[in-house]
Write a protein that binds this ligand. Sequence first.
Ligand SMILES: C[S@@+](CC[C@H](N)C(=O)[O-])C[C@H]1O[C@@H](n2cnc3c(N)ncnc32)[C@H](O)[C@@H]1O
Ligand SMILES: [Zn+2]
Length: 260
Amino acid sequence: MKSKTIFKKIRCPCCFNRLRFKSNQLFCKNNHKFSFKNNIPSLIAENDVEFLNIWEERAKVNSVSVAPVESKKYNLLGSLARRELIKIILPRTSGNSIVEVGCGKGQFLQVLEKINRYDEIWGVDYSYQMLLNNTFKSQKARMDAHNLAFADKSFDISLMITVLMHNRSISNIVKELTRISKKYIILQEGDSTLIPRYFHKKHIFIRDIKYYEKEFSKYGWSLIYNYKRRALPLNFVVKNLTGLTFLISSLSWMVFKKNE
Ligand SMILES: C[S@@+](CC[C@H](N)C(=O)[O-])C[C@H]1O[C@@H](n2cnc3c(N)ncnc32)[C@H](O)[C@@H]1O
Ligand SMILES: [Zn+2]
């Protein structure tokens, strides 16, 4: 991506001013500095990040959520989810620019790149290792979803897949997603009507669809589509590498649209 396009979108996460590039670093006019190594701007304000270490550690292991798309060993649920996104969810939206917030190693971004539908694709995550280890070609940036370093209305579509469930509070994240998005926000999240509450564990927070609806409605966004995966039985239990056990099949897709 041309650096002009990159600089049009990104902002200082501390004071929200524009950024300039000088001596391998990014600067704003208030002299907040950020690194820009391996073509990845690292736009994290100090103390922004919760649970960062968990994800930096997970990035080093070939866990279920981060296996490469092409791998024959790739899990059934990941391929189901990518299929649903392409065949069922994206056709309900329109737009040329898309960002995945919390993209991990980019299993969904690789698919978006293949379908050739978007002129501009970005992937952001607060784990630098996740971004570094991924194989997608789109523009990457290190950001915290609570404080996205993008200008307002930067993307037609924002996508967030199994990220809110790892965040204790989602109100700032919802505020940021609605700020940077022009038309649609797509989520795939644990749904407490599908996953019993007792699966709340450590850093997994399962919420009700009504709760997401209420949060987004504060900013004038409405749920226009909800797809609950029914293909797998509810008791399909996956034990992931951190030792947590949860019902990963019980996820809901939600499409939010900005009210006219
Ligand atoms: C379960 S993984 C999902 C990755 C990817 N969306 C997928 O489905 O393959 C969650 C990802 O969200 C990122 N993440 C969690 N909370 C975040 C936040 N507040 N800001 C940015 N990234 C976050 C983690 O670093 C991790 O890469
Ligand atoms: Zn600044």
